[in-house]
Design a protein around this ligand. Structure first.
Ligand SMILES: C[S@@+](CC[C@H](N)C(=O)[O-])C[C@H]1O[C@@H](n2cnc3c(N)ncnc32)[C@H](O)[C@@H]1O
Length: 270
């Protein structure tokens, strides 16, 4: 389209809402279009917590990366990393350890193009164009192998992405494949939408989402999400709602932490 900004990669249909860009809109980013904004606002109309939930998730990601860095993890594989915005994993990790390395993986062309733009010249971080549904390809990717020493503990970040994989595509097998490639002492950081805490709100938001966005969302029960930690020791405080995971201050935990209906946790591979 003639009035599109020059950074839009060829072949991107900006008239169709897309997961990465709806999320970017909620986070206050500028890499989204009218179709994405319309859907984001329609979801907020049925679930007013959606925008605050996206921000709370982003804050969790920062806390989890700092936690891993403090545990000595200096290399991260962040799959479904999103459109770069404030508090990107390499920024948080490199604050703790300037030599920290990050391999980002994305399927969305806007996220990939913008990641390439901000990572250009950064020896310690790269974006890989790959699909979480093909973990073998991610593990074999030359940039992943350059940045991640699979003989040493690494952080595997699957934050708000596994709910875009249908049961039929066996997301548990995908996580197990990635886990098996990791060295002992590696950590899994996971955030996943659940239909348990506020089923009516989750269903209403999911219906709007799946009607309008090209990638379907599959919310799961606590038990189904817990299964992703098979082969990991779930660390304290376990699988909890976003604000409950090692809050910076007790005041950050609202009375109803399940209002964001996303379960998060960190596990360690023994
Ligand atoms: C809600 S965003 C989360 C971004 C970031 N992880 C965070 O939590 O702030 C989900 C991202 O996953 C990406 N994604 C969805 N399905 C994917 C797949 N099969 N492989 C790789 N990335 C995927 C989307 O493009 C989107 O950018």
């Amino acid at each position: 389209m003639a009035d599109e900004p020059s950074w839009v990669p060829p072949g991107v249909d900006t008239r169709r809402a897309n997961t990465a860009r709806v999320y970017d809109y909620w986070l206050g980013g500028s890499h989204n279009f009218l179709a994405d904004q319309d859907v984001a606002r329609a979801i907020v109309a049925v679930e007013p917590n959606a925008r605050a939930g996206a921000r709370a998730n982003r804050a969790f990601l920062g806390r989890a990366v700092r936690f891993l860095a403090a545990a000595g993890i200096g290399q991260f594989l962040d799959i479904g990393s999103g459109i770069p915005t404030e508090g990107n994993v390499h920024e948080v990790a490199q604050q703790a350890d300037p030599g920290a390395r990050v391999a980002y993986v994305e399927i969305d062309p806007v996220a990939i193009a913008h990641s390439q733009a901000i990572l250009g010249g950064n020896e310690n971080a790269a974006i890989i164009d790959a699909d979480l549904r093909d973990p073998e390809k991610i593990l074999a990717d030359p940039a992943a192998r350059r940045l991640i020493d699979f003989g040493q503990p690494a952080g595997l970040l699957l934050v708000m992405v596994l709910h875009f994989i249908a049961d039929a595509e066996d997301p548990w097998r995908i996580v197990a494949t990635l886990r098996d490639a990791l060295a002992p002492g590696s950590h899994l950081v996971l955030a996943h939408a659940t239909n348990e805490s506020r089923p009516a709100a989750a269903q209403a938001a999911g219906t709007v989402y799946n009607r309008s966005v090209s990638t379907e969302i599959h919310m799961r029960s606590r038990a189904e999400i817990l299964r992703f930690f098979e082969g990991f020791e779930l660390l304290d405080p376990g699988l909890v709602y976003i604000p409950q995971w090692r809050p910076d201050s007790p005041a950050d935990v609202p009375d109803d932490p399940g209002k964001f209906w996303v379960l998060v946790g960190v596990g360690r591979k023994p």
